[in-house]
Design a protein around this ligand. Structure first.
Ligand SMILES: [Zn+2]
Length: 109
């Protein structure tokens, strides 16, 4: 049954990361907040799945007075997991988008 679960997860684009596969490259949605901090949310194995997550997140924040700038960044599952333990991260060497988002980004300025 394990393979069926993995197949279902991979179709859904949800991370199904086995122990031996923790350095596998995937994608995450990066939220850059106006105060200069950022977080990485929603690990996905494929860029299209991560882009779907980004669009959903942007829709969620659209009406908020303060909203994050969202981008899809490449990251390994292990790095993504470690990053989740940081708070108020401002490190300049964290993963950034390889290309600008397809849709124009609105800022609050
Ligand atoms: Zn960071």
């Amino acid at each position: 049954m394990g393979w069926l679960l993995r197949l279902a997860r991979s179709i859904a684009g949800v991370a199904a990361v086995e122990n031996g596969d923790r350095w596998r490259r995937g994608f995450s949605v990066r939220h850059d907040w106006p105060d200069g901090t950022h977080i990485l949310v929603g690990f996905r194995l494929t860029r299209p799945a991560a882009e779907r997550r980004r669009r959903g997140t942007e829709a969620y924040w659209r009406t908020a007075p303060m909203r994050p700038r969202c981008s899809v960044v490449p990251v390994s599952f292990r790095d993504w997991e470690l990053h989740g333990q940081r708070s108020d991260c401002r490190a300049p060497d964290c993963p950034i988008a390889e290309r600008p988002p397809a849709e124009p980004v609105r800022t609050t300025r």
